[in-house]
Unconditional design. Structure first.
Length: 53
C-alpha cells in the first residue's frame, strides 16, 4: 500500500519539498566551506550559526 502524501494548509506537498531539498545541491555549511576554500580565507574566519559547524 502506498503511503499518502502530507499537504500543508496552502496545498504544498511536504514529501515533494523534502525530496527536492535533499537533491538541491550544497548545504549552507558546505557552501561556506567552499567559499572559504576558493576565496583564500580560512574556514576559521567564517562564523557558523550557533551549534553548527
Amino acid at each position: 500500500m502506498k503511503k499518502s502524501s502530507k499537504y500543508t494548509i496552502a496545498g504544498t506537498n511536504i514529501d515533494e519539498v523534502k525530496q527536492r531539498n535533499a537533491s538541491s545541491g550544497l548545504s549552507y555549511n558546505e557552501a561556506l566551506t567552499l567559499l572559504a576554500q576558493t576565496s583564500g580565507y580560512s574556514s576559521n574566519t567564517i562564523r557558523f550559526p550557533k551549534g553548527q559547524k
